[in-house]
Design a protein around this ligand. Structure first.
Ligand code: ATP
Ligand code: MG
Length: 389
């Protein structure tokens, strides 16, 4: 792995593969410390392209664009796990790239993630890997009812099907195109949490406290920090497992591990994101160092300070649904009313085209304590027409 052997000082240009909201917030954080930022994304209106000095409007595997990125940048990171690994390897040969292509490759594939959890002794859901062409009837019936997930390219609950029995499994697999899949036992979840951490090229790591995550229709709806249901013992176990995973991947950069807590109290790892995570967005407004600042610090070989959370926070995702009224007519949410709430921090990603389920922005409600942050978030739900939590 190519590692930054020396500190990359502000004034240099940092590159990011991927131009979505995560790239935008990375760029904004790096720019505020004086770095230039270059983004590779084949969309001139992409959220990150709107805010970066250099935008390479090309596919991730476009060789001239990759060469230009290598030429212009002092180091490169990713904001999206599905960057072709070959493109990353091409960059890795020329300049510091973190996380490494090898680490990202594991996170691109649920079967590889599960194998990593097994090697590291991190508990995860009982599961079976269904390789394309294999016989679904051979699957252990104890895994049913289950959730069938494509091994690659799933997000926000896409590429998943709930299956009740063996007949349903065969049909669901056909429906997902018969591609490589993982079948997970459907678990009785009590709640979900995630741990965001950053690890430097020297192996030193810092982690945020876990946040608790509430999903609706397979999409993150809200994150709570502090996490109301997480005991100190569960928090410590989740942080330790996340650190073990980062070490197992020899990871450099920001990484998130999603966890389930079952009704029987067990903590299971769900999946890894090799980048900042939606559930960590609250850190921009609730902590003295955000997950995006840690991302540029890890990339630039800067020290990684232990973050300190100065405010309680509830983050609400703002999906495209909010841009439509009950009759399906497009409208603008009442931002003026939201902005009148003390401690409400609005983040919109500059996406011009609202669609149902599309992440358009987020709202972080901060306060001196968790109850007050919750009250503000509930008031925001009332204004925006979101079902209260
Ligand atoms: P995202 O990109 O939003 O993280 P994803 O498409 O990668 O989502 P998962 O994280 O695997 O998908 O699953 C999405 C949600 O579905 C989980 O957060 C959880 O609420 C639910 N879920 C997933 N797997 C299981 C399971 N085995 N048992 C019960 N619920 C599950
Ligand atoms: Mg997930």
């Amino acid at each position: 792995m190519t590692r930054p052997t020396r500190f990359i000082a502000p004034g240099a240009t940092l590159g990011v593969l991927g131009g979505g909201q995560l790239g935008r917030m990375f760029a904004q954080a790096a720019q505020s410390a004086g770095y230039g930022v270059a983004v590779l994304e084949a969309d001139e209106a992409a959220p990150a392209a709107q805010v970066t000095g250099i935008h390479l409007d090309a596919r991730y595997d476009d060789l001239p664009a990759l060469d230009r990125l290598a030429h212009d940048c002092a180091a490169v990171t990713v904001e999206f796990e599905n960057i072709p690994v070959d493109a990353m390897r091409r960059l890795e040969a020329r300049l510091p790239l973190a996380p490494s292509p090898a680490a990202v490759a594991v996170c691109q594939d649920r079967a590889q993630e599960k194998a990593l959890f097994g090697r590291l002794g991190v508990a995860c859901a009982p599961h079976a890997v269904l390789a394309a062409g294999s016989d679904p009837a051979a699957v252990d019936p104890a895994l049913l009812p289950g959730i069938l997930k494509t091994s690659r390219l799933g997000y926000d609950g896409k590429g998943q099907a709930i299956v009740a029995d063996a007949t349903g499994l065969a049909a669901a697999w056909r429906g997902l195109g018969g591609v490589d899949c993982v079948l997970e036992q459907r678990l009785d979840l009590d709640f979900e949490l995630s741990v965001v951490l950053a690890r430097g090229h020297d192996g030193a790591a810092v982690a945020f406290a876990p946040q608790q995550n509430l999903h609706r229709s397979g999409i993150l709806f809200a994150s709570f920090a502090p996490a109301p249901s997480v005991t100190p013992a569960v928090a410590a176990a989740a942080q330790a497992a996340a650190l073990r995973i980062a070490e197992g991947l020899d990871y450099v950069g920001v990484l998130c591990v999603e966890f389930f807590v079952l009704r029987d109290g067990r903590l299971l790892a769900n999946e890894i994101a090799p980048r900042p995570h939606n559930s960590g967005h609250h850190t921009i407004d609730s902590c003295d160092v955000s997950q995006f600042e840690l991302q540029w610090r890890a990339l630039a070989g800067a020290p990684l300070p232990q973050p300190r959370q100065h405010s309680a926070a509830v983050m609400l995702n703002l999906l495209g649904d909010l841009w439509f009224d009950a009759a399906g007519r497009q409208r603008e949410p009442d931002w003026a009313a939201v902005l009148a709430l003390a401690g409400a921090h609005l983040h919109l990603y500059g996406k011009r085209d609202p669609r149902r389920g599309r992440k358009m922005g987020h709202l972080t409600c901060t306060a001196a304590d968790a109850a007050a942050a919750r009250d503000t978030a509930l008031a925001a739900c009332g204004i925006l027409g979101l079902e209260p939590f």
